[in-house]
Design a protein around this ligand. Structure first.
Ligand code: AMP
Length: 415
């Protein structure tokens, strides 16, 4: 085989697309229920958009982006996530002027050069939503509810929600200093990665996957205990609203997430059905991002969720079997003339919006019947010399096996 797909990318084959379409239709329905409207942005952008918003020191920007120079020497990056592009589009198209609160969602491929493994791809798909223009904690709760509602409607019930507050520009610098002071005391014992982060982005040390780092920082002060009044109130309101809605959550003071733009709320949804890559969705508030990217100061909150991850979960639960709708009628032709008639009749029906299919490979009648079965055709009509002469045939209902005579003139009206 000369060509193979790039490592970490997958073909989504015809046998799988019914599952994808089902998940996508649930997503669209839930988004509509919450009045989020779809936005479609380009899959590549200027590199600096992502570097600036996601943060230079994050894994995504420092080692995972697909970045290249195009023919005019401009640095381009395939989008690794959807928030930065959505915010760029929001600013560029003055969406804030058209509506003081903009609620949008997206669905599409994202690109990160990670080490491929089960549930981790280099081209993967996310759905996500952003609410721009309000600092109300109700919208933080919506960002949490949206993916949860999608999972519920898909039949994924065992999810767990972790919640944290990462503070704001008022309280975070103070805490950052305190954290740095504490980390400096154990600096030499930390992993090289954490040592590098200590200087500019000490919060990320809390998120370290290194077991030694985790032990060393077990009793380190956490942001959630050093919030300013505004952040504390906001965090409390989010939790109160979640309680009113009976949405269980765990406060995890170490949750930082892999993107630097978050302020106040940060959250992650995991499921026990996945292995080590157990994160289904994550999100949070980003009140400084719009201004950071050149827009007017505008608060925002949102989430992003992996589509492959939810599909793997559905597969584990045995809830991924979907019967694709087959053609209404399959014409079995016994000779060349009948096949030609079947083709012309199929086209006529298709043009009227009735799905019809036939054999194109000169197969035997038996093989054509097998094909009709495989395609889950609702009816089969066998055509031969006799049928063409009498302009009538037998209509076979594939579900019941029942056969009834039908004249060609009446065929359209019973399909
Ligand atoms: P993030 O944008 O990193 O917050 O990720 C949000 C969600 O996207 C995660 O919870 C995963 O479900 C999914 N995701 C992130 N990276 C990958 C990847 N490389 N492959 C598959 N899914 C991913």
């Amino acid at each position: 085989m000369k060509y193979r797909s790039i490592k970490g990318t997958r073909d989504i084959l015809p046998g799988e697309t019914a599952r994808w379409q089902h998940v996508e239709s649930v997503i669209r329905r839930v988004m509509a229920d919450f009045s989020y409207r779809e936005i479609r942005t380009p899959i590549f952008e200027q590199t600096s958009l992502f570097a600036r918003s996601i943060g230079e020191l994050t894994d995504i920007v420092s080692k995972e982006m697909y970045t290249f120079l195009d023919r005019s020497e401009e640095s381009i990056t395939l989008r690794p996530e959807g928030t930065a592009t959505t915010v760029r589009a929001y600013i560029q198209n003055n969406l804030g002027e058209a509506a003081p609160l903009t609620k949008v969602y997206y669905l599409g491929p994202m690109f990160r050069q990670e080490r491929p493994q089960a549930g981790r791809l280099r081209q993967f798909h996310q759905f996500g939503a952003e609410a721009l223009g309000s600092s109300s904690p109700t919208l933080d709760v919506e960002a949490i509810m949206l993916p949860l509602q999608v999972y519920k409607q898909l039949g994924v019930s065992e999810t767990s929600l972790k919640l944290n507050s990462v503070g704001c520009e008022k309280c975070r610098p103070r805490y950052k200093k305190l954290l740095q002071e504490e980390l400096l005391k154990i600096q030499s014992k930390l992993s090289p990665e954490s040592q590098a982060r200590l200087e500019q982005n000490p919060l990320r040390v809390l998120d370290s996957k290194d077991e030694r780092d985790q032990k060393l920082t077990a009793s380190i002060p956490l942001m959630k205990d050093h919030l300013c009044d505004e952040c504390r109130d906001h965090f409390a309101s989010v939790q109160t609203l979640l309680n009113h809605l009976n949405i269980p959550h765990i406060v995890d003071g170490r949750l930082v997430r892999g993107l630097d733009y978050y302020t106040k709320t940060a959250f992650e949804i995991t499921t026990s059905h996945l292995g080590s890559q157990d994160a289904l969705a994550g999100g949070g508030r980003y009140d400084l991002l719009v201004e950071e990217l050149g827009g007017k100061s505008t608060p925002g909150v949102g989430f992003a969720a992996g589509i492959e991850r939810v599909l793997i979960t559905l597969e584990k639960l045995g809830k991924d079997k979907f019967q694709e709708a087959g053609p209404v009628v399959f014409f079995v032709g016994m000779d060349d003339k009948s096949r030609e008639w079947a083709f012309l009749k199929s086209c006529e029906l298709r043009m009227r919006g009735i799905s019809a299919e036939l054999d194109y490979l000169n197969r035997s009648v038996k093989a054509q019947m097998r094909e009709a079965n495989r395609l889950h055709a609702k009816f089969v009509v066998v055509i031969g010399e006799e049928e063409l002469k009498s302009r009538s045939a037998k209509l076979k209902n594939m579900a019941t096996g029942e056969e009834s005579p039908i004249s060609f003139d009446r065929l359209d009206s019973v399909l």
